[in-house]
Write a protein that binds this ligand. Structure first.
Ligand code: NAP
Length: 284
């Protein structure tokens, strides 16, 4: 039987420490979130972020812009937040409406306020083995989970299924920087099962329920399930066939309660870290 990797517990401990540190600051860190349009899922995510920030004593600004906002208007809003000394961290909730070029928008964020670590300046630092201002939230949360459970990374074969800019790619670079041997798989990968079977650490970030089946993993594998899907009866589930994979694994994350809480936890930590970087010459 595998040991469960409890993201709820780990994130709670990290956030308790963070809230203690924030308590003693004279000025509070500030996270600005921009949401464009009425996507219901995006609204839920933004509200969760706002609620968590308030719980921790982080100021949050939510800039709601209509679906018809032009790219120029959005770039102007980012410019205004870039220039606002009170704002330490800027997050543009994705996806954006189709008429807006996400790449241009992300590149407009000042890298020192890029709380998601999507800007090429920060991504480029990770890709070249250097330190970005902060690390991307989901991969950072996963590394912290591995550390908390003393799961060694160095020399291990890490297989990542999914190559998005949000999860798969930065995850691969970060594990490489931790001296794992890394393989990235995607929708065009042939013989996925042959590759996943060789994983010491298997990370699935696809968004397809039951993609990872028991026959695709070796005994003792560490399984990190990033996927967020719905079962036929509407319950949240991951990419992994948990019921059948868990008995073969040494460690496994549940969904919900695994990676999800760590992502929001990293967002709060990143906001605080950016605050510290921007105020490093002042006593805080
Ligand atoms: P994404 O941008 O849609 O990327 C999905 C990736 O999966 C792509 O690289 C795609 O390959 C690959 N893929 C699709 N079908 C595949 C298959 N049959 N075999 C192997 N690879 C396949 O998604 P994302 O933003 O990375 O998110 C992935 C999942 O994680 C989603 O369920 C999302 O909701 C969840 N998520 C959870 C958290 C959290 O905090 N828990 C955070 C972020 C995302 P191609 O590149 O070839 O298309």
């Amino acid at each position: 039987m595998a040991q469960l990797i409890d993201g709820k517990l780990v994130s709670k401990k990290i956030l308790e420490n963070l809230s203690d540190e924030i308590l003693f600051l004279s000025q509070k860190p500030c996270l600005a979130v921009i949401i464009v349009g009425d996507d219901p899922a995006s609204k839920i995510y933004v509200n969760l972020k706002k609620k968590k920030a308030l719980e921790l004593g982080i100021d949050s600004i939510v800039e709601e812009m209509s679906a018809s906002t032009t790219q120029e208007e959005l770039l102007n809003k980012i410019e205004q937040l870039n220039n606002d000394d009170k704002v330490n961290a800027i997050l543009v909730q994705l996806p954006l409406p189709k008429h807006i070029d996400t790449k241009i928008v992300i590149e407009k964020i000042n890298p020192i306020k890029d709380v998601d670590c999507f800007h090429p300046y920060n991504m480029g630092h990770i890709a070249t083995g250097c330190k970005p201002y902060v690390y991307p939230c989901t991969p950072k949360g996963i590394i912290r989970l591995l550390e908390y459970y003393n799961i060694p990374i160095e020399g291990k074969h890490a297989v990542i299924v999914g190559r998005s800019n949000i999860v798969g790619r930065p995850m691969a670079q970060m594990l490489l920087n931790e001296n794992a041997t890394v393989t990235i798989c995607h929708s065009k990968t042939k013989n996925l099962e042959e590759i996943t079977k060789t994983a010491d650490i298997l990370i699935s970030a696809v968004g397809q329920k039951n993609l990872i089946k028991a026959g695709m993993v070796k005994d003792g594998v560490v399984v990190i399930d990033v996927g967020m899907n719905r079962t036929d009866d509407g319950k949240l589930c991951g990419d992994v066939d948990f019921y059948n994979v868990e008995p073969k694994a040494s460690f496994i994350t549940p969904v919900p309660g695994g990676v999800g809480p760590m992502t929001i936890c990293s967002l709060m930590q990143n906001t605080f870290d950016l605050y510290k970087i921007q105020n490093k010459n002042q006593e805080i």
